[in-house]
Design a protein around this ligand. Structure first.
Ligand SMILES: CC(C)(COP(=O)(O)OP(=O)(O)OC[C@H]1O[C@@H](n2cnc3c(N)ncnc32)[C@H](O)[C@@H]1OP(=O)(O)O)[C@@H](O)C(=O)NCCC(=O)NCCS
Length: 222
């Protein structure tokens, strides 16, 4: 699934069983001292995947701290994203010269309850679901949820602005397994929403999405 979601400029690592129990750096360990076991394991897997992706990109090894909004603080010159869902965890990292933002999200492939679906999806998005082809092992509303989470993970570190689920609308293009996002509210960076590129995919039991904001051609040449 991850190979369908991420282009070659993004290095990704999916957690193997030992990575959920790998040692954290002391500066990271403080984040899990008073959390439940499930949270300790997912945090550990996410940090271990991220560190391995950064190593593959030849970044200097430093603790991956987080800011007040829970965003990972990536080493200078790099961007990335972490997702965990049950026994799935992965991190995706890129050089900022190639990619200005990365969002990655994986969800369990199951539908959403009626009330939750209405909170996540706009009326127009819900009307469109019936015109879309059947999604193997999943539901379009769950994919919409994941697409909006990926968008937020990509957008939030750049613009530091909260987005509500009804602030954006997702348009799926099933032939290419891609989606585009439109912004329905005046927010910082609104003019760049057409540049956010979304992809989706699935595997047994899981749906995944990614949103990337590629570097402009001048930036990638510098
Ligand atoms: C940030 C958020 C999207 C993360 O979702 P989640 O359900 O916890 O899902 P995941 O497990 O896939 O991702 C968690 C990881 O996201 C990362 N993350 C957390 N907040 C983040 C933010 N503001 N920006 C980017 N990444 C963030 C962290 O790495 C976190 O893992 P860690 O705490 O172990 O480091 C979600 O908690 C949230 O705040 N959503 C509300 C805003 C939103 O989605 N709006 C959509 C409108 S378009």
């Amino acid at each position: 699934m991850l190979e369908d979601l991420l282009p070659s400029v993004v290095t990704w690592v999916r957690a193997t069983p030992p990575m959920w129990e790998a040692p954290l750096l002391p500066e990271e360990q403080v984040y899990v001292e008073r959390v439940v076991e499930k949270r300790r394991r997912e945090f550990t897997a996410g940090r271990t995947c991220a560190r391995e992706a950064l190593r593959q990109l030849r970044a200097e090894s430093t603790p991956l701290l987080r800011d007040d909004s829970r965003r990972p603080i990536w080493p200078e010159g790099y961007v990335g994203s972490i997702t965990h869902c049950r026994d799935f965890c992965a991190a995706a990292v890129a050089r900022i010269a190639d990619c200005q933002g990365v969002g990655l999200d994986v969800e369990k492939a199951q539908g959403l309850e009626e009330g939750v679906r209405r909170k996540i999806c706009t009326d127009r998005e819900q009307r469109r679901f019936s015109q879309l082809p059947r999604l193997p092992g999943g539901a379009w509303e769950t994919l919409t949820f994941s697409a909006k989470e990926s968008l937020y993970k990509c957008y939030s570190p750049i613009y530091d602005t909260f987005l509500e689920f009804h602030d954006v609308e997702v348009d799926f293009h099933p032939d290419a397994r891609e989606f585009r996002v439109r912004c329905l509210r005046e927010v910082p960076g609104r003019e760049r929403f057409s540049e956010f590129c979304g992809r989706y995919s699935w595997e047994e039991g899981y749906l995944g999405t990614s949103v990337l904001l590629m570097a402009s051609s001048e930036e990638s040449q510098s």
